[in-house]
Write a protein that binds this ligand. Structure first.
Ligand SMILES: NC(=O)c1ccc[n+]([C@@H]2O[C@H](COP(=O)([O-])OP(=O)(O)OC[C@H]3O[C@@H](n4cnc5c(N)ncnc54)[C@H](O)[C@@H]3O)[C@@H](O)[C@H]2O)c1
Length: 365
């Protein structure tokens, strides 16, 4: 099969390109090699064709689409900085442009797989002892400034317990999440109308493999590991007790391969279905790295972050997929890989400074 992977030089895309090539698929990558993840032109698996171009550019899509039967659309801009228009230009308009070409031109494309995110759920689903299942609003800055981290019941303002969130209700709490939802919706509206099988994969927090350490804006494991490798303390947002659904990049690449075919069209969460506190991730890393020390919790927070995110992965499991790697294995693999990398530098300093200066990261008083 001829597969086009947009963003295929990135973290998830390059491993998926490798897995597909190993299975005999003919892979083309469309990628603009955007910084900060790309310090140099990456090595792609043998036989993979690279079209260096931008998903906002019609001619670049046309060049990359040549002969493609399936598209895995992973290129995106993801950021917590207030680059709101760029999020929509790359994620939503880039996808709309692709859809225009799929409709306008006679392409061979019969399947479109869009890589999305659990960010489309915002706070997701919780249980209130009094009011049952609820979907709380994003936490207000005023509460976070007081260090009141837990969301409250939208009906009785009482405490809540987090639940897993399935694919049904989307309520993004960040502009990034909104842009990913817009991207999904364009693809799901246009694709099926034009005979293109359309699949949306909503990934959890993807970690492991060779996740580029040069991008220190997000990605707990890579930032914690880089800090540790440079003998700096791990710094946690909030109180570190926020729950996340961490999934290994190898498991995500297997889900992508399944989505190329034979997975049925639809929307699927791709995550572990397990809840781990961010502080637990830090503890596992300290143990694996054989370091002492306690992570710092200076009360930093990012406005728009959900408190807890745990996915219900029943739908993808019913299609035969299982997450195989556990969190400790992911951490071990990443630490080993990072320790072998030359040119480790304190990329987090510039990122931290910019996020504080732009009000992206704030401090509770
Ligand atoms: N990594 C995660 O934890 C995570 C979580 C949820 C969803 N996702 C989704 O998975 C997809 C891949 O993410 P990743 O972690 O591999 O990120 P990544 O940054 O490693 O890869 C994205 C690739 O897209 C390319 N790109 C960026 N802007 C482009 C543009 N305008 N034109 C062409 N190429 C462009 C980059 O150069 C990069 O190689 C994204 O759509 C992202 O939203 C990732």
């Amino acid at each position: 099969m001829k597969v086009l992977i947009s963003g295929g030089a990135g973290f998830i895309g390059s491993l998926t390109a490798l897995r597909l090539s190993e299975q005999g698929h003919e892979v083309t990558v469309l990628d603009n090699l955007a910084p900060p993840g790309h310090a140099a032109v990456p090595e792609l698996p043998a036989g993979v064709r690279l079209v260096q171009g931008d998903v906002r550019n019609r001619d670049d899509w046309v060049a990359a689409l040549e002969g493609a039967e399936v598209i895995l659309h992973l290129a995106d801009h993801h950021d917590y900085l207030p680059a709101f228009s760029k999020l929509f230009q790359v994620n939503a308009v880039g996808t709309a442009l692709l859809c225009e070409l799929l409709v306008d031109r006679k392409t061979l494309v019969r399947r479109l797989v869009v890589g999305s995110s659990l960010a489309v759920y915002g706070e997701g689903r919780y249980r209130c002892p009094q009011d049952g299942e609820v979907f709380p609003e994003p936490r207000p800055a005023e509460a976070l400034d007081r260090g009141a981290w837990e969301p409250l019941c939208p009906r009785c303002a009482g405490p809540l317990a987090p639940l897993t969130t399935d694919e049904t209700a989307t309520r993004p709490s960040s502009v990034y999440g909104l842009s990913k939802l817009a991207q999904e919706e364009i693809a799901c509206l246009v694709g099926p109308r034009h005979g293109i099988e359309t699949i949306v994969l909503r990934y959890g927090v993807v970690q492991g493999g060779s996740q580029p350490f040069q991008n220190a804006y997000y990605g707990a494991l890579r930032i914690f590991a880089l800090r540790l490798a440079l003998d700096r303390p791990i710094v946690l947002f909030e109180d570190g007790n926020q729950l996340r659904d961490f999934v290994d990049v190898d498991d995500v690449a297997r889900a992508n391969v399944l989505a190329i075919g034979p997975l049925a069209p639809g929307v699927y969460n791709v995550a572990s279905g397990r809840a781990n506190a961010v502080s637990e991730l830090a503890r596992i890393l300290l143990r694996v790295a054989e370091r002492d020390g306690t992570p710092e919790t200076p009360g930093l927070y990012r406005l728009g972050d959900p408190r807890h995110v745990i996915a219900d992965v029943t739908r993808l499991k019913a299609a035969g997929w299982e997450p195989k790697q556990n969190l400790e294995g992911t951490v071990r693999d990443y630490w080993q890989w990072l320790r072998e990398q030359p040119n480790l530098d304190s990329y987090f300093e510039g990122a931290d400074h910019l996020m504080e200066r732009t009000g992206t990261v704030r401090v509770a008083r």
